[in-house]
Design a protein around this ligand. Structure first.
Ligand code: ADP
Length: 591
């Protein structure tokens, strides 16, 4: 904590001891830089996702309920679950409103399907998916049609409950008739998806990739990707699915939470072996076999950007609804976990996006039967500490100011997290049962002429941050991917929608507003007359009214469902993708 931080709050004078103590608490968890106030809200203790607090053991043990009773504003509010964990009116919050809803399996599938309809070649990185129970008949019909046309097609499908995580409730089927329909589908909606039968194998094992992505801002869209991620391995050699092996989860599902129980899970004692490795170690391996890893990376970056482009329109509507322009409110950023599978031909496929990726840097280790201890997981640490550290660097509102006044700033070394390599020699690790061999990145995924260090590093004598390890988060949008702007069609429509209709807390979109919107967006044409717009409005309203509360609560899910008919019958793609926004908007507020 530096002087600057205190002065920003109006100096020391005039504040009681209690407030001083509160202030002390707020800055107590600083582990990087100076003057940055971070409030960490109650994390999900005891659950898989301890988030930020797992990096701050002292903080966790001393202030488990922090910051209740807090009075002073902070720079960064670190929520455990969602934007709505607490009412924040200033600073920056580490969650976007609506993100949790948008990345649920059904919503994500729908958002990507809209883009697949508009840009089929660009969005072929997501397996064909159907929403259950709504699209059960469609699923049956489409599969039957393809099978009739191609007798050699022997597909496998994976069924994933919408609200599930960690492999919970997932199963594989060979035919729609194998769906477990009894009761569960109505109560637990799911996505059924084409199963990728030919994944890339390493050591005969299937694995997936967890990449950390920072959505720094929605407007303008700014996306950063961590240079390294995690690769999570199955623990049973892979075989293509057959009716006999469909149930073998350790062969087909890469979830850490499942495979850790297989008995064959190998806790990594280095970043390039074991059941959890760094992604860079995989790339190194592939590179040594002659694979063009730059191409793999650029495909992955495209996938990430395109996925976020698919999500931003509705995120913007959520944002505007919760933090209307011109009203006091925080800004948002969010670390997302992208789960990606590399196919045998090295094409990356998106499996899912996590709004609350686990940031744990320790794992349970069975010392002797039934006796567990939490020990540092070096692979997790290597990857995750850098992600959080760089996120704070990027989000620090004083960064610019510090750069101008660096002589006044002293690093708070007390809580600075040193690079893993420094800690390798610590007595704690020496004493642990792990023999540590740090993987030296022989070739970083981002190399060459790219300007990696952006604004953040520099001359160590003049830049206090130069003492920190080099940055791992790299800006990919807009810096390297402006060419994807043409994909932002729906996004632009969302902007128009927000701008021309305004977002008011109690607004219901009536027929006149709908007409105005169509006119202002210049969507009316000879093929979409105003009479047709009125009919569309009536149809949407009718469908909305006939929906159940559950369908309505699922936001755009239900909206899109209601629109399937009118949208796909010739009113043009533009309006098709716009309509869910409109109905979502009207629907939510009509309640
Ligand atoms: P969860 O949120 O429950 O982890 P995921 O969508 O991540 O659900 O799926 C769990 C695991 O199942 C993934 O880690 C991956 O190993 C496997 N998986 C998921 N979808 C597919 C697919 N379409 N093809 C092949 N494997 C898949």
């Amino acid at each position: 904590r530096g002087e600057e931080g205190v002065e920003r709050e109006g100096g020391r004078g005039g504040e009681g001891e209690k407030e001083e103590e509160e202030r002390e608490r707020e800055t107590d968890c600083l582990f990087w830089g100076s003057g940055l106030r971070i409030a960490i809200f109650r994390q999900r203790e005891g659950s898989v996702d301890l988030g930020f607090s797992s990096f701050c053991p002292r903080f966790k043990s001393e202030h488990p309920c922090f910051p209740f009773g807090r009075r002073l504003p902070c720079d960064i509010y670190w929520h455990g679950v969602s934007f709505h964990d607490n009412d924040i009116l200033s600073g920056q919050v580490n969650k976007f409103p609506g993100m949790t809803e948008m990345v649920r399996k059904i919503t994500l599938s729908r958002a990507l399907r809209i883009m697949q309809n508009l840009f089929p070649d660009e969005y072929n990185f997501y397996p064909r998916s159907w929403i259950l129970p709504d699209e059960f008949q469609l699923f049956v019909t489409q599969v039957r049609m393809v099978k009739d046309g191609d007798q050699s097609w022997k597909p496998t499908f994976i069924v994933k409950p919408d609200s599930g995580c960690q492999g919970d409730g997932i199963y594989l089927i060979k035919d729609p008739s194998d769906l477990r329909l009894t009761g569960t589908l109505q109560s637990r909606p799911a996505v059924v998806q084409e199963y990728i039968c030919k994944p890339l194998l390493i050591d005969k094992l299937k694995f997936d990739i967890r990449l950390y992505v920072l959505l720094k801002s929605l407007e303008p869209l700014e996306i950063y990707i961590a240079k390294d991620g995690l690769s999570r391995f199955c623990t049973e050699p892979y075989q293509e699915p057959t009716p006999q092996n469909l149930h073998r989860v350790f062969m087909h599902l890469t979830n850490y939470s499942l495979n850790i129980h297989s008995g064959k899970f190998i806790h990594s004692d280095s970043a390039s072996t074991g059941s959890k490795r760094t992604f860079s170690s995989i790339l190194f391996k592939l590179s040594s076999k002659g694979v063009d890893i730059k191409k793999v990376w650029s495909d992955i970056i495209s996938l990430v950007i395109k996925t976020l482009i698919a999500l931003t329109p509705e995120l913007k509507v959520f944002y505007q609804s919760d933090i209307p322009t011109g009203r006091p409110g925080p800004t948002c950023f969010q670390i997302l976990g992208f789960d990606i599978l590399l196919m045998k031909n090295l094409k990356p496929m998106l499996l899912e996006v996590n709004a609350n990726p686990s940031m744990r840097i320790e794992h349970e280790y069975e010392l002797s039967p039934g006796v567990f201890e939490n020990i540092p997981s070096l692979v997790d640490e290597e990857v995750k500490v850098a992600v959080i550290r760089d996120t704070l660097r990027l989000m620090d509102p004083l960064k610019k100011k510090k750069e101008m006044h660096f002589p006044d700033i002293c690093m708070d070394r007390k809580y600075r997290v040193p690079p893993v390599s420094d800690r390798m020699s610590s007595s704690k690790l020496k004493g642990s049962s792990l023999s540590v061999a740090r993987f030296q990145h022989p070739e970083k995924p981002f190399t060459g002429k790219e300007d990696l260090d952006c604004e953040l590093t520099g001359d160590p004598d003049s830049n206090p941050e130069a003492h920190l390890p080099s940055i791992c988060l790299k800006q990919v949008f807009p810096k390297y991917a402006k060419q994807f702007n043409y994909l932002r069609l729906v996004d632009r429509m969302a902007n128009l929608f927000i701008r021309f209709l305004g977002i008011k807390g109690t607004m219901k979109l009536g027929p006149t507003g709908f007409r105005t919107f169509i006119r202002n967006c210049k969507l009316s044409s000879s093929s979409l007359s105003m009479a047709a717009v009125d009919i569309l409005y009536i149809d949407i309203t009718r469908r909305w009214n006939s929906m159940t509360q559950d369908q309505r609560d699922s936001g755009t899910d239900g909206c899109l469902h209601t629109l399937r008919g009118p949208c796909l019958t010739g009113i043009g793609k533009g309006l098709c993708v716009l309509s869910p926004l409109i109905l979502w908007r009207g629907g939510r507020k009509m309640n």
